[in-house]
Design a protein around this ligand. Structure first.
Ligand code: AMP
Ligand code: ZN
Length: 498
C-alpha cells in the first residue's frame, strides 16, 4: 500500500517516496517563545506529532526537527514591557512550551535547535547568499533580493509583479526593493545582538529554518510542515533562501495544517480570541483534547468549542468503555454456550476490516477522522455484541472480543490517545465501594473487588433465600447504574447495559 500526502507545492496528493528508503526527515516550524502557546498552535504541533507517530508505526525511522524561535521582535517587546531581559522571557516560555507539549502527549522532536544557538550557521548561509548575488548589505542590515530568485512565489502561487504593484513603500527603508526581506537586522540599543561581518545585530526570522534544516538533514529533505498561515511569507522565504544558496530543491513535500478557529475566526494572539493550551489541559483530559483535534482532518479548519470538547469526551468514554467491558468480560468465567457462530464471525470480520480501513485512511494523507471512524464502527459493533450476549459469552466469544479490544487500544495508541485498559477499576463508579462497605463489610478501596464482595454476598443471601438482602445488593447497584446479570456461570455486573 502506498502512502499519499497532499503536497502544497504540487497542489495535489502525491505518493510519498522518502529520499532514503525507510527513513523520513521532517522539519516543522516551532513556536516563537514570547507567551504560552494557544490551542491553535497546539493543533498544528499535534497534527505533526500524529503524522510522525504514524510514519513510525509504518516502520519508518523518523528524524523530526523543530526549532524554537528564541530571538524575535515579539520577545524583545515583551521583555521591554516587563523590564526583563529578552533571554529570560525566551527561556521561561521555551520551558513552558516543552512542558505543555509533553503534557499533551506530543513526542519530543529528535532535535530542537534554538535560533540563538544557530547564529554561526545563519551567518554562514547569509554570506553564501551575498556572494551568490542573492542578498546585499545595507546600513548594517542584510536583505534577500527577491528578484534574484526566479522561483519566488511558487509555493503560495503568488506572482512577483503583482506583489510589487501592491507593495507598500516603507519610508526610510534600507531595502532596494519593497519585496526584499531581512536576513540580518542591525541591533538597536538595548536589543540582543551578536557580532557579524555586517556589525552587531540579530538574525531575521526566516533564515533560522533554512540554516537549521540544511544543518540537520542536508537538502533536499523529505517533509516540511507548519500551519497554513506560514505558507506566505515564511515558507516562501525559506525556499528562496535555501534554494538560492544551494541550487537544489529545499523540501520534497510541503504539508500544511488548517487553522483552529473560534466562531469561524482564526484563533490568534492578536485577535485576543485565544485559549491557552495549559488552561485547556487543566480542564480536560489529554485523550479528549487529542480526540477532538483528530476528529477533523489536519488540513481542514477546525471550529473549537467546549460543546465539541464535551462530544469528544463522550466519544472517548464510549471507546474506553468498550475496552474495559471486554476486559471485564474476559476476567469472568466463560459460558459453555455463547453467541451464535455467525455473530462471532461477523465481529471477527469487523475487526479485520477495521485494521485495513484504519491503515487505508491514514495512508490517504493522514486522514485521522476517517481512521477514527473505522475504530468507532468496531467499538459500536463490539458493544452491540456484548450487550446482546452479556449473559453468555463463550471462551471463543471472549477471544474475539479480546482481540477487538486489543486492536482498538493499539489503533488509538498510534494516534497518541491512551486508553485506560484496566479490566476493572474506573469502569465501576466509586459508589460501589461505599455500597460494599455498607452491605458486605468490605474494607478496601477497589471498585472491582467491592463488586465481587457484593456479588458473593448476594449469592449467599440467595442460597439462604434471604431475598431482602439479595435485592438490596441488586437495587443498590442499579442506583449506581450497575446491572447484575445472572449467567450460566454465575452473576456478573455490567455497566450501561453492556
Ligand atoms: P507562531 O508561534 O505564531 O509562529 O505559531 C506556531 C505554529 O502554530 C505555526 O506552525 C503556526 O502555523 C501555528 N498556528 C498559529 N495559529 C494557529 C491556529 N489558529 N490554528 C492552527 N495553527 C496555528
Ligand atoms: Zn520555519
Amino acid at each position: 500500500m502506498t502512502l499519499r500526502v497532499y503536497n502544497t507545492m504540487a497542489r495535489a496528493k502525491q505518493e510519498f517516496v522518502p529520499r532514503e528508503e525507510g527513513r523520513v526527515s521532517i522539519y516543522t516550524c516551532g513556536p516563537t517563545v514570547y507567551n504560552h502557546i494557544h490551542i491553535g498552535n497546539a493543533r498544528t504541533f499535534l497534527s505533526f506529532d500524529v503524522i510522525r507517530r504514524y510514519l513510525e508505526y509504518r516502520g519508518f525511522d523518523v528524524k523530526f526537527v523543530q526549532n524554537v524561535t528564541d530571538v524575535d521582535d515579539k520577545i524583545i517587546n515583551r521583555a521591554n514591557e516587563e523590564g526583563r531581559r529578552a533571554s529570560e522571557v525566551a527561556a521561561e516560555y521555551t520551558e513552558a512550551f516543552i512542558a505543555a507539549m509533553r503534557a499533551l502527549g506530543v513526542e519530543d522532536p529528535t532535535v530542537r535547535p534554538k535560533a540563538t544557538e544557530t547564529i554561526p550557521e545563519m551567518i554562514a548561509l547569509i554570506e553564501r547568499l551575498i556572494s551568490g548575488g542573492h542578498a546585499y548589505e545595507s546600513g548594517g542590515d542584510v536583505y534577500f533580493s527577491v528578484r534574484s530568485f526566479p522561483g519566488y512565489g511558487k509555493l503560495s502561487g503568488r506572482d512577483v509583479d503583482e506583489m510589487e504593484n501592491q507593495a507598500r513603500i516603507e519610508p526610510d527603508s534600507r531595502k532596494r526593493d519593497p519585496l526584499d526581506f531581512a536576513l540580518w537586522k542591525s541591533a538597536k540599543p538595548g536589543e540582543p545582538h551578536w557580532p557579524s561581518p555586517w556589525g552587531e545585530g540579530r538574525p531575521g526570522w526566516h533564515i533560522e529554518c533554512s540554516a537549521m534544516s540544511e544543518m540537520e538533514f542536508g537538502l533536499p529533505f523529505d517533509i516540511h510542515g507548519g500551519g497554513s498561515d506560514l505558507i506566505f511569507p515564511h515558507h516562501e522565504n525559506e525556499i528562496a533562501q535555501s534554494e538560492a544558496a544551494t541550487g537544489v530543491t529545499f523540501a520534497n513535500y510541503w504539508l500544511h495544517g488548517g487553522m483552529l478557529q473560534v466562531d469561524s475566526e482564526k484563533m490568534s494572539k492578536s485577535l485576543g480570541n485565544f485559549l491557552l493550551l495549559k488552561d485547556v489541559l487543566e480542564a480536560y483530559p489529554v485523550p479528549v483534547i487529542r480526540l477532538l483535534m483528530l476528529q477533523t482532518h489536519y488540513r481542514s479548519s477546525l471550529d473549537y468549542s467546549t460543546d465539541r470538547l464535551d462530544e469528544a469526551a463522550t466519544a472517548y468514554e464510549r471507546i474506553s468503555n468498550m475496552v474495559r467491558l471486554a476486559r471485564w468480560a474476559q476476567s469472568r468465567p466463560p459460558a459453555v454456550e455463547g453467541a451464535p457462530e455467525v455473530e462471532r464471525q461477523a465481529l471477527e470480520r469487523a475487526r479485520t476490516s477495521t485494521q485495513e480501513r484504519f491503515a487505508a485512511e491514514m495512508d490517504d494523507d493522514f486522514n485521522t477522522a476517517g481512521a477514527l471512524g473505522a475504530v468507532f464502527d468496531l467499538v459500536r459493533q463490539a458493544n452491540g455484541f456484548m450487550s446482546e450476549h452479556e449473559a453468555a459469552l463463550s471462551a471463543a466469544d471472549l477471544a474475539v472480543l479480546g482481540t477487538a479490544a486489543d486492536l482498538v487500544t493499539e489503533l488509538v495508541g498510534v494516534l497518541g490517545v491512551p486508553l485506560d485498559t484496566s479490566a476493572q477499576g474506573p469502569a465501576l463508579p466509586a459508589g460501589v465501594v461505599t455500597l460494599a462497605v455498607e452491605l458486605a463489610g468490605y474494607d478496601g478501596t477497589d471498585a472491582a473487588e467491592a463488586a465481587e464482595a457484593l456479588l458473593t454476598l448476594r449469592a449467599s443471601a440467595r442460597a439462604e433465600r434471604d431475598w431482602t438482602r439479595a435485592d438490596a445488593v441488586r437495587d443498590g447497584l442499579a442506583a449506581l447504574g450497575v446491572t447484575v446479570a445472572d449467567t450460566a456461570t454465575g452473576a456478573r455486573v455490567t455497566i450501561g447495559g453492556v
